[in-house]
Design a binder for this molecule. Structure first.
Ligand SMILES: CC(C)(COP(=O)(O)OP(=O)(O)OC[C@H]1O[C@@H](n2cnc3c(N)ncnc32)[C@H](O)[C@@H]1OP(=O)(O)O)[C@@H](O)C(=O)NCCC(=O)NCCS
Length: 224
């Protein structure tokens, strides 16, 4: 009689499984395991668009951030856990620390500021550093009180400009649940193409073509 042995993971399977688990837990690999760095890290500086300012998050945003995190549609759209005010502050604190893209898994969080109020957030995750295949993933959220006015598109457009022109991304991905119709609509308006049920992609050439048709250039203001 042969005894049944538990299946053991090894090699690349183990690596993938660990990476998946780390992602679900929100953990990032230690820096020394994250490979090469981009030749010129992207550091978040204030960006002024037609109506908005993109800037770093700060703890004085805590009440506005909690208002966003308390919205049922936001929790559903982003699959965020329900957070109380203290947990929301911790979450915000983490965001205040992420403002440089240099290595794979780094993320840069931009607060979306409209007339001095934090109305949302746009994120860039650096996924692939290799120059020929460099990629980033974008994420967005808006306080429902401010949706339906083109603010998310305006903020995302500025972040895409940084991803393609400054970071040198060849493609930007957006991961969107098939049920998230508003987010899918935004991706489509921005020129993303759907590749899988959840993955949408915008390649640099397509973004450049769209950029040529857009009106005003964004102004980058030195931080400080
Ligand atoms: C996804 C989300 C950011 C989209 O926000 P949004 O406001 O719908 O997106 P946009 O900025 O593109 O705005 C488009 C709307 O503004 C309107 N609009 C008004 N003025 C406009 C202007 N000057 N320019 C562009 N659009 C304008 C458009 O007609 C459109 O209206 P509609 O929704 O009635 O068709 C928002 O729904 C959200 O935060 N959801 C919860 C979080 C979430 O799911 N995040 C994504 C996870 S993948």
């Amino acid at each position: 009689m042969t005894s049944a042995r538990p299946a053991l993971l090894g090699g690349p399977e183990l690596g993938l499984a660990l990476r998946g688990l780390a992602r679900r837990l929100g953990a990032r690999r230690p820096r020394f395991l994250r490979g090469e760095r981009v030749e010129r890290p992207l550091v978040a500086r204030r960006v002024r668009t037609e109506r908005l300012v993109l800037r770093r998050h700060r703890m004085s945003d805590a009440a506005d951030w909690y208002a966003i995190q308390s919205c049922e549609s936001v929790i559903r759209g982003l699959r965020w856990p329900v957070r109380d005010a203290r947990q929301s502050r911790q979450h915000l604190r983490d965001r205040t620390r992420h403002h440089v893209l240099a290595q794979a898994d780094d993320f840069l969080a931009y607060a979306v500021d409209f007339e001095g109020v934090l109305i949302g957030d746009v994120l860039l995750h650096l996924r692939d550093v290799n120059r020929a295949t460099r990629s980033a993933e974008i994420g967005w959220v808006l306080n429902p009180d401010y949706t339906g006015q083109g603010f998310a598109a305006e903020a995302a457009q500025a972040a895409l400009g940084l991803a393609f022109r400054r970071l040198g991304a060849t493609v930007v991905f957006a991961e969107i649940e098939p049920t998230n119709v508003r987010s899918q609509g935004l991706a489509k308006r921005l020129g993303f193409e759907q590749r899988t049920p959840t993955r949408h992609a915008l390649v640099r050439e397509a973004w450049e073509r769209g950029a040529a048709e857009r009106r005003r250039p964004q102004r980058v203001i030195a931080e400080g």
